[in-house]
Design a protein around this ligand. Structure first.
Ligand code: SAH
Ligand code: SF4
Length: 394
């Protein structure tokens, strides 16, 4: 197929994915008392909201600073804004946060939050501090549940309830920052405790692209939270047409959940493979614009005993990704209640990793963090259920 034929096909497929995703959009940002949440609005939205109450665009810039740089949620603390306007704002707006329904700390300092949103739906967010330095990753959810049902994933046993909105996605990060008191937002290269975002929590971020993109643009804005695209990694199970758009528009780091090197096996354990098979996923990685030697694509590969962990699998993996600026993350399977797989043996993981490393790729084994509180990769799941069973997903 020619490049333009691929582009046309992808455009049609993208439109289909986006339309389907919109069916699962979250409720509006308006509270029961009629006040609107300002979190999750982009700069243009904010200007529009303020214009509607007769305020000039520079007010949006001031509010942006207070909301995203200072982390202030109370209008009366916004000291560059005069008291009468503070009161006017408080009558019409709020600066919201998800509420903390649960907050658990692992023996290894990994911390799992269960956040509750305004309609009662919940999602999990995990903070994984670096073991040696004052920095760490915040693992953020993009959906409540997931439409895909990867065989090894706990979230995949929960049907998709709904997408998270931009406010809820950026809100997870802001609420985690609240918990560590990390405001105002550290400038430039100043060390941060919450230093990277990984979109690896519940859900498939590329099936909620519009909201994820809006949230990431807010997070990346230099006058607010100011986290660079190099510090954000989006993990996808391989939604090919949206990988192109994500690369072109957001330019964040990409992680791809490969997990198998043959279509027959990947069809089985990552069912999305039936729609976008391995060759198409790899081709999308080869054209991912934000990838370079300095910013490699991460191939995530879950180690399942006797399923995908042979030396032949490792050699085939190397063949598939050769020429891509890539690294391989080997993830020992994390069990969850009712799961049927077993984690590969240490020996099998080491042999696998050696073959990948000998081919010139870095292939670290991701040590499970927060297993005791079910906060490790693939263990997240909430009790939220979809009320309207009539909306089907897939
Ligand atoms: N839906 C996206 C992002 C969330 S899943 C995706 O699939 O990429 C984040 C990562 O955790 C993925 O690589 C996923 O395959 C992995 N994962 C899922 N279940 C797991 C488990 N039980 N043990 C280890 N990793 C798991
Ligand atoms: Fe969804 Fe990712 Fe879990 Fe698969 S691994 S079910 S895509 S969250």
């Amino acid at each position: 197929m020619t490049d333009s034929a691929i582009a046309d096909l992808n455009e049609a497929e993208r439109a289909r994915v986006l339309a389907k995703s919109a069916l699962f959009d979250p409720p509006d940002l308006v509270l029961a008392d009629g006040r609107r949440d300002l979190v999750g609005l982009d700069r243009d939205d904010l200007v529009t909201e303020l214009a509607a109450i007769g305020e000039k665009p520079f007010r949006a810039k001031q509010l942006w600073h207070w909301i995203y740089h200072q982390g202030v949620t109370d209008f009366s603390r916004m000291s560059t804004i005069a008291r009468p306007l503070q009161e006017k704002l408080a009558e019409r707006f709020v600066v919201g946060r998800p509420s903390v329904a649960a907050d658990q700390l692992s023996f290894d300092e990994t911390r799992k939050f269960l956040f509750r949103f305004r309609d009662g739906q919940e999602a999990e967010t995990v903070y994984i501090p670096d073991r040696h330095e004052d920095r760490g990753a915040v693992c953020i959810s993009s959906q409540v549940g997931c439409t895909l049902s990867c065989k090894f994933c706990h979230t995949g046993t929960q049907t998709l309830v709904r997408n998270l909105g931009a406010a809820e996605i950026v809100g997870q990060f802001m609420a985690a920052r609240d918990a560590y008191g990390e405001w105002p937002s550290p400038k430039g290269e100043t060390p941060r405790l919450l230093s990277t975002i990984v979109l690896m929590g519940m859900g498939e971020p590329l099936y909620n692209y519009t909201n994820v993109a809006k949230a990431m643009r807010i997070v990346m804005d230099g006058e607010g939270i100011g986290l660079s695209r190099r510090r954000i990694t989006l993990s996808t199970s391989g939604v090919v047409p949206m990988m192109d758009r994500c690369g072109a528009e957001l330019g964040v780091n990409l992680a791809v959940s490969l997990h198998a090197v043959r279509d027959d096996l990947r069809d089985e354990i990552v069912p999305l493979n039936r729609k976008y098979p391995i060759a198409e996923v790899i081709a999308a990685c080869r054209r991912y614009p934000a990838a370079s030697n300095a910013r490699r694509i991460t191939f995530e590969y879950i180690m399942l005993k006797g399923v995908n962990d042979s030396e032949a699998d490792a050699r085939e993996l190397v063949r598939l990704i050769s020429g891509i600026p890539a690294k391989v993350n080997l993830i020992p399977f994390n069990p969850w209640p009712g799961s049927t797989f077993e984690t590969s043996t240490r020996g099998a993981i080491d042999r696998f990793s050696r073959i990948v490393m000998d081919a010139g790729f870095s292939a670290p084994v991701r040590m499970p963090r927060g297993r005791d509180i079910l906060a490790a990769c693939g263990q997240l799941k909430t009790a939220s259920e979809r009320a309207r069973k009539s909306v089907s997903a897939g």
